[in-house]
Design a protein around this ligand. Sequence first.
Ligand code: HEC
Ligand code: HEC
Length: 451
Amino acid sequence: MKRLSVAHSLSLSALLLSALGFTLLAGCRSEIPVMFEENLVHAKKWEIQDDLQLDQVIEDTQWALAELFGTPDNPKLPDAILEDEELAGLISTEHLLAASGPDTIAGRGLYRQHCARCHGITGNGRGETAALVEPYPRDFRAGIFKFKSTARNDKPLKSDIVRLIKHGIAGSSMVPEYQLPDGQVGPLPDDQIEALVDYVIYLSMRGEVERAMFDEAAMNLFLDEGERIINPSLANSQDPEEVELFEEQWGYFVDTVVDVADSWLLDESDAIEIEIPDDMPIPATHQELTEMLAGDDGDTLRASIERGRELFVGTIASCSKCHGNEGRGDGQEADYDDWTKDWTIRAGLKPEDEASLIPLIARGALPPRTIKPRNFEEGVFRGGDRPEDLYHRLNQGIAGTPMPAVTLVPGQFEEQDIWHLINFVRSLKKEQTPVVDKPLVTRDDLTEAAD
Ligand code: HEC
Ligand code: HEC
């Protein structure tokens, strides 16, 4: 049995390597025009789940998406966005140009220079180095974002994404050091970050529209009878009925674009409000916590941490169920994130059953990895370690992951208990513990791999 599973993972890594080789080849883009990749995994998932054939849908959708969003070198925004009073302000055309295109042209190519090797040209989380890093880079096409100040099911604010690019995502390979034009390495200038944020939104919208079209086709069209999501050749037909059908199909794309774009129309008023209590000590860093424990607030802080510990292992908050009694992240280690569940469990496949996943991995899915609850001894918080960052993580949970939002219970688990939990979690950091969550590869490895 042992032998068998070794053989399986070998064949799997061989497959992955060949897929990577393919990407690297496609990366030598001197002559081949750079294209957005189709979401073949999402299509294949439907084919496996409902025994459908989506080849035509993939082709038709790709045509419509190019009409609406352009190409990686010549991106554009759908008219429905440009002509809408509110949506027109969402993404600036200037930003779109600066972020897109080849990085060999002055004033362009920010995304390809700084982000694509991890997130992929298409924003599918599948750049050349993606398979080498843990966690995998984000696939923007699902429209799900983890670290934000908004509600769990909402999009992030632009300012949330700005923060992540500026500060990096601690404990992941996404660091804030970028190669700057003057030869230095450091955080990107603000105007470039803003351009990249718009571009992330653009890629995410395009990807969400694509997914929505495959879903619509799989669920509501008679594909086996030749029904199409959109048929470009009808546009210029002599038959008014065919032209009308085309307009109906096109209208569905446009409506979907507008729905997806609408979900990004957020401003600061959509952020979850936080009132940091002033009647209890809330250290902002582990250092400050150590100092406070030794000072006048020591006893109050110790009591707060103790209250946090009770809740953490208690049945109401039940944090220990996943994070373990000591908060070492060893309570529930066999779960997966939503990006993985989407093409495995939701298609009726088991992430552990590698053989059944091969058709999907061959189409671009990265081999499933379990998601580990945070080990607090490392003292690393990906979404930021300010008290308000941790409040957002607890108050709304972490979208796309098993980490739930807290449920308050009057008299037993109240608003202020969230702050006790934050103090407790922060207190667990062990100075000596090496950060095992750190990227599997260094930045130098990545730069080499990208070359
Ligand atoms: C070295 C690889 C790497 C590079 C380069 C990189 N990222 Fe990331 N990025 C990641 C990883 C890994 C994650 C996922 C972290 C996680 O899930 O906890 C991520 C997540 C994100 C997220 C999602 C955050 C959320 O709240 O869910 C955004 C947005 C993002 N990156 C944008 C960018 C942009 C823009 C650039 C270029 C300026 C960039 N990244 C460069 C690896 C990278
Ligand atoms: C069902 C499992 C589960 C439960 C219950 C759970 N967590 Fe988590 N938690 C996770 C996972 C998984 C992650 C890692 C998510 C990621 O990769 O971003 C996480 C991450 C975190 C983080 C890290 C945030 C960051 O920015 O890095 C904090 C803090 C946290 N949990 C606190 C708690 C607290 C406090 C409770 C109880 C109120 C709790 N968790 C309950 C699964 C859980």
